[in-house]
Design a protein around this ligand. Structure first.
Ligand SMILES: O=P(O)(O)OC[C@H]1O[C@H](O[C@H]2O[C@H](CO)[C@@H](O)[C@H](O)[C@H]2O)[C@H](O)[C@@H](O)[C@@H]1O
Length: 264
């Protein structure tokens, strides 16, 4: 699928990269929810589509290719649900957390909150719970650096009221507020997928970066990339990305084509 009738499909763009020896080192960076894993009412049920598992396992074995998942999820949650191969970089909490998967677990940078940030996170948790109280289907997720007000299961009026209240709470007490798909995330740290992706790219010396994501929070990553990179919006909606996949199924199929086209 392409927005432009004559533009390359995601499949063709990725196969083209595989065949271009100049596109090394190559960093393949992927969002999780809505990109590799179809959205679920219960976030604990999210899993990478079965057709995506083998391509990801294969990508990390190729010389000059690095794999990263870049997610809003807390790192421990992302690691537990994504089950990605050793060698994969994990960026969690929208860039506030970072680790590399090893055969024995996670080699991770520990996030240290100041006393003031820890106190603010506790206060945010309490006030976010008050936002959810009395609104059916609204609930609060706690992360090491943020709280998330979820509204996917609520009636529209309750969802809108809760999101408005959470945005107002974020303005008052947060250091960063992100309004994603049926979520408002309020963080006590400044973090962005774009900054985290740029830092990883520089560290790895990646000449070309592939980034795929489905949510408005992924636009920061698209914005951080250049004309020679491959940016892919998964699903509908306005975007800065230059390519579009209809859904996670098309996305993982294109990753399968990329891994199959890489020289052995
Ligand atoms: O950056 P991502 O990997 O896309 O993570 C963003 C948020 O993902 C989760 O919420 C989203 O997926 C849920 C499960 O499919 C869905 O129920 C929810 O409505 C979506 O917004 C996760 O729960 C959040 O913590 C992540 O920040």
């Amino acid at each position: 699928m392409s927005d432009r009738p004559d533009g390359p499909t995601v499949h063709d763009a990725l196969v083209g990269l595989a065949q271009d020896a100049g596109a090394r080192p190559l960093l393949v960076a992927l969002d999780f929810d809505g990109t590799l894993a179809p959205l679920q009412d219960d976030p604990s049920r999210s899993r990478i589509l079965p057709e995506g598992v083998a391509p990801l396992a294969s990508l990390v074995t190729h010389e000059g290719v690095a794999l990263a998942l870049v997610s809003g999820r807390a790192l421990h949650d992302l690691h537990a649900l994504a089950e990605v191969p050793a060698g994969t970089y994990l960026i969690g909490s929208h860039g506030a957390e970072r680790a590399r998967v090893t055969r024995h677990g996670l080699d991770r940078d520990v996030v240290q909150l100041s006393d003031e940030q820890a106190d603010r996170l506790a206060e945010l948790g309490a006030q976010a719970s008050a936002v959810a109280r009395g609104r059916d289907g609204v609930w609060v997720e706690s992360k090491p650096t943020a709280v998330v007000v979820h509204t996917r299961l609520a009636e529209r009026a309750d969802a809108e009221a809760a999101e408005a209240a959470a945005l107002e709470l974020g303005e008052r007490l947060g250091s960063g507020v992100l309004h994603g798909k049926d979520v408002v995330e309020i963080s006590v740290l400044h973090a962005s997928k774009g900054e985290a992706l740029t830092a990883l790219r520089e560290e790895l010396g990646a000449r070309v970066v592939v980034y795929a994501g489905d949510d408005v929070t992924d636009e920061h990553a698209f914005e951080a990339l250049g004309a020679d990179d491959v940016t892919i919006k998964v699903g509908a909606g306005d975007t800065l990305a230059r390519h579009r996949a209809a859904d996670p199924q098309e996305m993982v199929a294109a990753l399968g084509a990329l891994s199959a086209a890489l020289p052995a």
